[in-house]
Write a protein that binds this ligand. Structure first.
Ligand code: ADP
Ligand code: ASP
Ligand code: MG
Length: 421
C-alpha cells in the first residue's frame, strides 16, 4: 500500500468524458489498496477565458478579485471529479483551498505556499475516502483566495504530497513523460526515463512547461518523488506503478554512466520574452544600477543582459530581456526613469525567442556552447544574446526561427530518436 497524490492537468479534465476517464484511473489506484489524494486543474482553456474576462472588465484589474475569478475553474472540476468518482461507487469529496487550508503569502496572482495543514486530509485518506483538491488556489492571511501563478496546480500537487508525506506525486498530463524537447514541435523528441531535479528545474525555468518551475523547486526541497505520465490511456490500461513515465530523481540516484554519456538532457524554448535596448547610456559607474533598480522595484524579472562595448564619448548600449507580459510596464518604468538614466532611445522587440540547452553533463565537458553556435550559424540563425549557467546555455534568436533552431540543435546534440522518421 502506498500514499499517492495524483495531479491531472487541463486537457485531462477537459469535459465530462475526460473526467470520467480520470475517475477510472483514480479508482484503479484506490482499488489497489492505496490512499489517494487528487489535485485537479481547470478544464483546458477555461483559465485563459477567465483571465480575459478580467482584462475586459478593466485593464487595471484588482489582483485579489482576479484571483477570485480565475480560481473558480478548479472549483468546478474538483466537484465534477468527486461526482464522477461517486458514480463509480467510490467515496470521494472535494477540499477547497480554504477548507484544508492551503496558506499562501499575500501576493495575489503569484502567491507562494507557506503552509498546508495535511492533518484532516490524511485522516480522510486513511479512512478510505478519496480527497479531491482544486489546484492553483490557496488562502492568504487576510482570508482571501489567492492563486499560485499560471501552471500552479503542479505546485499545489507537490505541496500536498509533502504535507501528507506521500510516497509519490504522479503528474498526469497530455504527453507520456518529459521529452528531450517539446514533442509537439520536434517529432524526433525522445522520452526520458529519468531527469534530475536540477535539470528539470532549469528546463522548466527556460520554458519546458510540462512542469511549473516552482513545483520542481518545492519537490527538490521537500524530497517529493515526481513521476510524469499520460492520462490519455485506454480503459483497462495498467496503472501508474507499471506505466513507463518519467521519474524526476536526485543526482545521487542517477547512474554515473548516464551522467557521463549524456551531454545534453533537453532543449527548451520560450517565446514569452521581449528584448529591450537603451541606446547611448553614459558609460560610467552606477549607470546600469539606474536602469535595473526601478525595474526591480516594479517587480519586473529581467533575464538576459548585455552591455555593448563602449561607444565614443563614454556612451554604451544596454540590452536585456523581460517577460512580454511585463513589456508595457517595463517601457513605462524606463520612460519615467529617463532623466536619471540618461539614455537616448528606448527600443523594444517582442519577436524573439529564447532557446536553451540543459544537461548536467556540461559540468564535465567543454564545447557545448560552441556546438550550439555553429549549428545555428550553419542554418543562418543569428544570435542576439547569450547567457550560461553551470548546466545551461541560452541564446536569444528571432522568433520565426524557433522550430528550426529546436530541430537543428536536437540533431546536433545527437538527441534524435532512432526510430523516428
Ligand atoms: P497540463 O495541462 O497537463 O498541466 P501543460 O500544457 O501545462 O499540461 O504541459 C504539457 C505540455 O508541455 C505538453 O503538451 C508539451 O507540449 C509541453 N512540453 C514542453 N516541453 C516539453 C518536454 N520537454 N517534454 C514534454 N512536454 C513538453
Ligand atoms: N488552471 C491554471 C492555469 O491554467 C493552473 C494549472 O492548470 O496548473 O494556469
Ligand atoms: Mg501545466
Amino acid at each position: 500500500m502506498a500514499r499517492i497524490v495524483m495531479k491531472f492537468g487541463g486537457t485531462s479534465m477537459a469535459g465530462i468524458e475526460r473526467i470520467r476517464r480520470v475517475a477510472q484511473i483514480v479508482k484503479q489506484q484506490a482499488d489497489g489498496g492505496n490512499e489517494v489524494a487528487v489535485v485537479v486543474s481547470a478544464m483546458a482553456g477555461d483559465t485563459d477565458r477567465l483571465v480575459n474576462f478580467c482584462r475586459e472588465a478593466s485593464s487595471l484589474y484588482d489582483a485579489a478579485e482576479y484571483d477570485v475569478v480565475v480560481a473558480s475553474g478548479e472549483q468546478v472540476t474538483s466537484g465534477l471529479l468527486a461526482i464522477a468518482l461517486q458514480s463509480l461507487g467510490a467515496r470521494a469529496r472535494s477540499w477547497l483551498g480554504w477548507q484544508m487550508p492551503i496558506r499562501t503569502i499575500e501576493a495575489h496572482s503569484k502567491a507562494r505556499i507557506e503552509t498546508i495543514d495535511g492533518e484532516a486530509l490524511t485522516a480522510a485518506m486513511q479512512s478510505g475516502e478519496i480527497a479531491i483538491i482544486p489546484g492553483f488556489q490557496g488562502i492568504s492571511k487576510a482570508g482571501r483566495i489567492t492563486t499560485l501563478g499560471r501552471g500552479g496546480s503542479d505546485t499545489s500537487a507537490v505541496g500536498i504530497a509533502a504535507a501528507v508525506k506521500a510516497d509519490r506525486c504522479d503528474i498526469y498530463t497530455d504527453v507520456d513523460g518529459v521529452y528531450t524537447t517539446d514533442p509537439r514541435i520536434v517529432t524526433k523528441a525522445r522520452k526520458l526515463k529519468t531527469v534530475t531535479f536540477e535539470e528539470m528545474l532549469e528546463l522548466a525555468s527556460v520554458g519546458a512547461k510540462v512542469l511549473q518551475t516552482r513545483s520542481v523547486g518545492l519537490a527538490m526541497k521537500e524530497g517529493v518523488r515526481i513521476q510524469v505520465l499520460s492520462s490519455f490511456t485506454e480503459e483497462g490500461a495498467p496503472c501508474a506503478d507499471e506505466l513507463p513515465g518519467t521519474m524526476i530523481i536526485s543526482e545521487d540516484e542517477m547512474e554515473t554512466d548516464d551522467m557521463e554519456s549524456q551531454l545534453i538532457t533537453g532543449i527548451a524554448h520560450d517565446k514569452n520574452e521581449s528584448k529591450i535596448t537603451l541606446t547611448r547610456v553614459p558609460d560610467k559607474p552606477g549607470a546600469v544600477a539606474n536602469i535595473f533598480e526601478p525595474l526591480a522595484e516594479a517587480a519586473i524579472n529581467v533575464d538576459m543582459i548585455i552591455q555593448n562595448v563602449g561607444r565614443e564619448k563614454g556612451e554604451t548600449d544596454v540590452t536585456f530581456t523581460a517577460p512580454t507580459s511585463d513589456l508595457d510596464r517595463t517601457m513605462q518604468v524606463l520612460a519615467d526613469a529617463q532623466p536619471d538614466i540618461g539614455y537616448n532611445r528606448l527600443i523594444s522587440d517582442s519577436n524573439v525567442a529564447k532557446i536553451s540547452v540543459v544537461g548536467v553533463g556540461m559540468k564535465s565537458h567543454a564545447g557545448i556552447a560552441s556546438t550550439m553556435f555553429k549549428a545555428l550559424a550553419e542554418r543562418g540563425v543569428n544570435i542576439q544574446a547569450i547567457t550560461t549557467s553551470e548546466i545551461k546555455v541560452s541564446v536569444l534568436i528571432e522568433e520565426d526561427y524557433t522550430e528550426l533552431a529546436l530541430r537543428v540543435l536536437h540533431t546536433a546534440y545527437g538527441l534524435d530518436a532512432e526510430d523516428a522518421a
